[in-house]
Structures are given as C-alpha cells and as structure tokens.
Design a protein around this ligand. Structure first.
Ligand code: DX5
Ligand code: ZN
Length: 217
C-alpha cells in the first residue's frame, strides 16, 4: 500500500438525486472535504447532467469545497454564474476553450481556484503552457461524459509526468484523477502521484459511509 497522502473527492454524478442532501450529509459526517460536481452541456460531451440551480441548492446546506468540473464548450461564458452559485474551484477542458489562458484568468479574477483538464486522447503537452497558472490539473482517466467506466491505465503515465514537471519547475498545482477509480486500483492511482481522487460509483453505489472508509483507507 502506498503511503502517499491523497484526498477523496466524491462525484455526485453517481448520487441518488432524490436524496442528494442526505447523501452529501453522510459524506460530511465521514470527514470528506471536497465534492466533485460534473456539469455536462450535451455539446462538449454527449450527455447533459445539471447546472447552476442544483449547485445553488446544495450550497445552501453544505460547507464542502465545491470542485466544479465543466464539461462544457466555451466554459468562459458561464464561469461568473458558477462562482456566484458557490463553486470554489472551476475546471475547464483544454479542448473546450478557444483562449485557454483568458478563461483561466477569468476564473482567477473571480476569486475561485482554477484548474485545467485533458481528455484521454489529448497529449499531456497540451496543458504545459498553463501549468504555472493553475491550482490543479485534472487528468481524465475515462472519456468524459459518463460515470461507471473503466479506468484507462495510460492516463497514469500523464500523472507521473505532471508530478515530475511540477518538481522540476518548482510549481505547486494539485493533480486530480477522474474516472474509473475503484478500491481495486486505488493504490496504483495514488502511487502514480495523484493528490485528489475523484470517485463516483465507488462512493455512491452501496453503503456510502462504508465506501468512503474503504476509499480513504
Ligand atoms: C465523467 C465524470 C466523472 C465521473 C466519475 O465524465 O467527469 O467525474 O462522475 O465517475 P466514476 O467514478 O463512476 O467513473
Ligand atoms: Zn468529473
């Protein structure tokens, strides 16, 4: 077992929306600090999930750190609204922005943390120019758009590379992995150098409190 420190960030995409507030409360009672919120626009990814009204609702009764993952084409159009409804961090995709730097600057200027994400088929070099600007890099370990897929092992090579670059360049972004993380592959994921592990199915399918304990070890 790897001894590296990491945080578990449950993705509400896999939650039961009929009792979302109660499920978030269980996470809070089990020392979870981060919540991953997947916004899908039906353009950048084939599916549509949820948006500002849902975030505003859960913000009213949760003090978790809201890690908002925008799978949205030209997300810069919406970042103000997402900050207003309670996003603490906003992740945009390098593939989705015409001007990536300007989009990240806009997020920062609103006082939120900013992060850049890349799809499995995107080369890690695509995010290099933005590393000095970001608080976090989100490495997609499945094709974005759906929960419950299998982790693509090659994504972990990107994690190791990003950890090396951080060291060499004296940068301080966190590295997050999103998609297909299970109890079975957690050790491999953490050992690659991940700081934040997103988990949807592995947390919300079955007994949430028990799953959180297993994922946090
Ligand atoms: C996929 C989303 C993920 C997803 C992860 O497009 O970005 O955050 O909810 O779900 P699991 O952990 O079930 O793969
Ligand atoms: Zn996500």
């Amino acid at each position: 077992m790897s001894e590296r420190n990491y945080q578990v960030c449950p993705s509400i995409l896999a939650a039961d929306f009929n009792c979302l507030g109660e499920q978030i409360h269980i996470l809070e009672e089990n020392q979870i600090e981060l919540l991953h919120i997947d916004v899908m626009d039906g353009m950048f990814v084939p599916s549509i999930s949820f948006g500002m009204p849902l975030i505003a609702s859960i913000r009213g009764s949760s003090r978790l750190f809201f890690d908002v993952h925008l799978m949205v084409q030209e997300p810069g159009r919406y970042v103000e609204e997402f900050v207003k409804v309670g996003a603490d961090s906003i992740t945009v995709h390098v593939e989705a922005c015409r001007d990536v730097g300007a989009t990240l600057e806009k997020i920062k200027s609103l006082g939120a943390k900013c992060a850049i994400s890349l799809n499995p088929e995107t080369s890690v070099e695509a995010v290099l120019p933005y590393l000095p600007m970001v608080d976090m890099v989100l490495v997609m370990s499945v094709r974005p758009g759906f929960g419950g897929q299998k982790l693509i092992p090659e994504s972990l090579e990107k994690v190791a590379y990003l950890a090396r670059v951080r060291e060499e360049q004296g940068l301080d972004y966190a590295i997050e992995v999103d998609g297909g993380v299970t109890h079975g592959n957690l050790d491999e994921v953490v050992s690659a150098g991940v700081d934040i592990v997103v988990a949807g199915t592995a947390v919300f399918c079955g007994d949430i409190a028990e799953n959180v304990k297993i994922m946090r070890r």
